[in-house]
Write a protein that binds this ligand. Structure first.
Ligand SMILES: Cc1cc2nc3c(=O)[nH]c(=O)nc-3n(C[C@H](O)[C@H](O)[C@H](O)COP(=O)(O)O)c2cc1C
Length: 215
């Protein structure tokens, strides 16, 4: 029998997010939280994040990708530019990224605009990937309908032969996006559902405005 999902009840008690102890800059706070989540253990891929786009069909769509770098400018991930998300971003660059880190009872939600990363940076990252991942990027026409798994594996075998002892260059349809944030919300679970929510938003002077939101 299905468990009554209403019985999942958890009190969040691990931490707090208070104005007096946080930076004016959300990227600084993101870095602090990321380090703490890594240190606390219990999350195998703390860099796994959900990226939501507005699709060509007008529906939002979310999927998990891996954050590969963050800088003061934004959040970088790599994908296929012809994928469903790539086509969505080409039409509407507004995206939302979210992280859920259950080990420290934290969530971060970022709204921003996605831009293709400079080609030399995508080249550099592609170069650093293992051979198998490079060929995977080449073989997969991500998000297209394919007849079977066998066809994909056959194509991979062909590519492996073709590129034996040859350098694999980054295909044009594969590369990075940088998501430049306009707002970043930090959520810290607290007891009795009185969670802490602090939102930083960019104002017209590109200064970060910090506000507390009701849980
Ligand atoms: C843990 C995890 C990590 C993933 N990392 C990536 C990634 O870095 N880049 C990527 O293109 N897809 C990644 N995927 C696959 C995506 O979730 C998705 O299936 C793929 O990008 C196609 O999405 P789209 O059809 O909406 O464009 C990952 C999936 C999981 C579960």
């Amino acid at each position: 029998m299905q468990k009554d999902l209403g019985d999942y009840r958890k009190s969040y008690e691990k931490s707090a997010l208070l104005e007096e102890s946080i930076s004016d800059n959300p990227m600084q706070l993101f870095q602090t939280w990321f380090f703490e989540v890594e240190k606390a253990d219990g999350v195998e891929e703390p860099n796994a994040m959900t990226v939501s786009t507005i699709g060509l069909d007008g529906f939002p769509k979310s999927r998990v990708v891996l954050l590969k770098k963050y800088t003061h400018e934004g959040f970088i991930f790599y994908t296929n530019y012809n994928s469903e998300k790539g086509k969505a971003i080409a039409k509407n660059s507004n995206v939302c990224i979210s992280f859920f880190w259950p080990n420290l009872e934290r969530q971060v939600i970022i709204k921003g605009s996605a831009e293709k990363l400079a080609e030399n940076l995508s080249d550099g990252y592609f170069e650093s990937r293992p051979e198998g991942s490079k060929l995977g990027a080449l073989v997969s026409n991500q998000s297209s309908v394919i007849p079977s798994r066998e066809v994909l594996e056959e194509e991979l075998r062909n590519l492996e032969k073709e590129y034996e002892n040859k350098e694999i260059e980054r295909p044009e349809h594969w590369g990075g996006y940088i998501v430049k944030p306009i707002s970043i919300e930090f959520w810290q679970g607290r007891p009795n559902r009185l969670h802490d929510r602090i939102r930083y938003s960019l104002d017209s002077n590109f200064d970060w405005i910090l506000e507390r939101l009701a849980p």
